[in-house]
Ligand binder design. Structure first.
Ligand code: ACO
Length: 401
C-alpha cells in the first residue's frame, strides 16, 4: 500500500484527465472490477456466487467490514439495526412539506441530510465504535424513509416495520403492506429484491461513490456524505438510467415497437438520443450484473405469470445492438440497469422509485467506501485544474462596460 502521507502536492505539472477516465483516486480493498474481462468481485467473492447464495444483509456486512459474518455476528448486526429503526416523529413534518409530485430521489437526499438534526451523535464520528453505530443507524433508518416516501406518493398511511421479518422482507412490508390488511409476503418477490440489491451494492469508484468519498474527505459526517451520493446517483447517466430505460422502452412500445428506428437515432450524432442502459465507463465487455439480471427478469416474470411486451422490446434492442457495427466498435453492451427496471415494474415499484431502489442497494457500498477512506486517514479530496480563462485585465466600472 502507498504511504499516503509521503505523497506531497507538487507544483508545476498537472495531469489533465476530464471525467477521471484513467485516474485512480484511491487505493481500495473493497471491490475488484475488470472491465475488459467483465469480472466483478466484492471483497474477493464473485458477484455471481453472492447473487445466488447470499442475502443482502450478509453482503452489506461483507462490504463494510471486510468478511462474511458468522451466524452470531449477523444476528447481532441485524438486532442492532432493528433497535435503531425508529425515526423521530418530527421528520414526518419535513416529509409532509414536499409536494406529492416531488421526485423521490430529491426527497430522500433531503431527508437523509435532515436525519443529522435528530441523530447528532452520528455526525463527528471518528472511532470504529462510533462509526459502527452511525452505520447501523443509517442502514436501519434509510429503508424507513424510502417506504415513507413511497407511501406518501401513493397517499397511504405510513407503515412501521416488523421485527420478526428479515431485513429485505421488512423493507417490502413497509413499502407495500395494504392498510387494514395483514402483510402478504411473497418468496419470489423477496428473492428478486434481495438479488437486485446485492447486484447494486458496490461498484468501486463510480460517480456517486466518488462523491461520497470526496464529501466525506472534508470530514463532513456519514449521513451528509450519503446524501451527496444520492444526489449524484440521481442523474440519468448514472443510477437514473434505470428510470430512463423503462421510459424509453415504454416510448418505443407506444410508438409501434420499431426498435430499428431507435437504433438509428442512437447512432445519429445529430440526435441527442442515446440507447439508455447501454454502455459503461469501465465495462468494455458484458456487464456481469446485466447477465444475472436478464436471467432473473425472465424468471420473475415467469413466476409471477406476467407477460410484459417491454421485455420483448428490450431483448430485441439487445440483439440488434450486439450485431450492430456502431455498438460493437464502441464496445457498448447492456449495463446493470437495462433489465432491472423490468423486474422493478413486475414487483409493482413505480418508475420514479427505481433509482431509489438502486440507492438502497448501493448504501452498503457507499458506507464501506466512506469507512475505508476515514480509517485510512485519507487527505481531503481536492483536484486541480488547467486554467484556460483570461489573462490579467483591468477592472472597468459598470457605467463604462
Ligand atoms: N447509445 C449510443 N451511443 C453511445 C451510448 C449509448 N448508450 N453510450 C456511449 N455511446 C457512444 C458515444 O456517443 C461515443 O461515441 P463516439 O466515440 O462516436 O463519440 C462512444 O460511445 C463513447 O461514449 P462516451 O460517452 O465517451 O463514454 P463514457 O464512458 O463517457 O460514458 C456512459 C459512459 C455515461 C455510461 C454512456 O455509455 C451512456 O451515456 N450510456 C447511457 C446511460 C446509461 O445507461 N447509464 C448507466 C451507466 S451504468 C450505471 O451508472 C449504473
Amino acid at each position: 500500500a502507498i504511504d499516503i502521507k509521503s505523497l506531497r502536492p507538487r507544483t508545476g505539472m498537472i495531469t489533465l484527465d476530464p471525467g477521471y477516465k484513467n485516474t485512480g483516486s484511491c487505493e481500495s480493498a473493497i471491490t475488484f472490477l475488470d472491465g475488459e474481462k467483465g469480472i466483478l468481485r466484492y471483497r474477493g467473492y464473485a458477484i455471481e456466487e453472492l447473487a445466488e447464495k447470499a442475502d443482502f444483509l450478509e453482503v452489506a456486512y461483507l462490504l463494510i467490514f471486510g468478511e462474511l459474518p458468522n451466524t452470531e455476528q449477523l444476528k447481532s448486526f441485524h438486532r442492532d439495526i432493528k433497535d435503531e429503526s425508529h425515526i423521530d416523529e418530527e421528520m414526518k413534518k419535513i416529509l409532509d412539506g414536499f409536494p406529492k409530485s416531488a421526485h423521490p430521489m430529491g426527497v430522500l437526499s433531503s431527508l437523509t441530510s435532515a436525519l443529522i438534526a435528530f441523530n447528532p451523535s452520528s455526525v463527528n464520528v471518528t472511532s470504529e465504535k462510533e462509526m459502527y453505530w452511525a452505520i447501523v443507524r443509517i442502514l436501519a433508518k434509510f429503508p424507513v424513509l424510502v417506504a415513507w416516501t413511497l407511501r406518501k406518493k401513493k397517499g397511504l398511511p405510513l407503515d412501521y416495520g416488523d421485527d420478526t421479518l428479515g431485513y429485505v422482507e421488512n423493507i417490502h412490508k413497509m413499502m407495500f403492506k395494504k392498510p387494514n390488511h395483514a402483510y402478504e409476503s411473497n418468496k419470489v418477490v423477496i428473492e428478486a429484491l434481495d438479488k437486485l440489491l446485492i447486484l447494486h451494492a458496490d461498484h468501486e469508484q463510480n460517480c456517486s461513490t466518488s462523491t461520497v468519498r470526496i464529501t466525506g474527505s472534508s470530514h463532513a459526517g456519514l449521513f451528509v456524505s450519503l446524501s451527496a451520493g444520492i444526489s449524484a446517483l440521481w442523474g440519468p447517466l448514472h443510477g437514473g438510467a434505470n428510470q430512463a430505460v423503462l421510459e424509453m422502452l415504454e416510448a418505443i412500445e407506444k410508438d409501434g415497437g420499431d426498435t430499428k428506428r431507435y437504433m438509428a437515432k442512437a447512432k445519429d450524432k445529430n440526435d441527442p438520443f442515446r440507447l439508455m442502459g447501454f454502455g459503461h465507463r469501465v465495462y468494455k465487455n458484458f456487464d456481469p450484473r446485466a447477465k444475472i439480471i436478464k436471467k432473473a427478469a425472465d424468471q420473475v416474470l415467469d413466476d409471477l405469470g406476467i407477460d410484459d411486451p417491454i421485455l420483448d422490446i428490450a431483448k430485441g434492442l439487445e440483439k440488434e445492438a450486439l450485431e450492430d457495427q456502431y455498438f460493437v466498435d464502441r464496445k457498448l453492451y447492456p449495463n446493470v440497469d437495462f433489465y432491472s427496471g423490468i423486474i422493478y415494474r413486475a414487483l409493482g415499484i413505480p418508475t420514479d422509485m427505481f433509482t431509489v431502489m438502486f440507492a438502497m442497494g448501493r448504501l452498503p457500498g457507499w458506507i464501506a467506501n466512506w469507512r475505508e477512506m476515514r480509517l485510512r486517514n485519507e487527505p481531503i479530496g481536492r483536484p486541480r485544474q488547467v486554467y484556460i480563462g483570461e489573462n490579467l485585465r483591468s477592472f472597468v466600472p459598470v457605467g463604462k462596460r
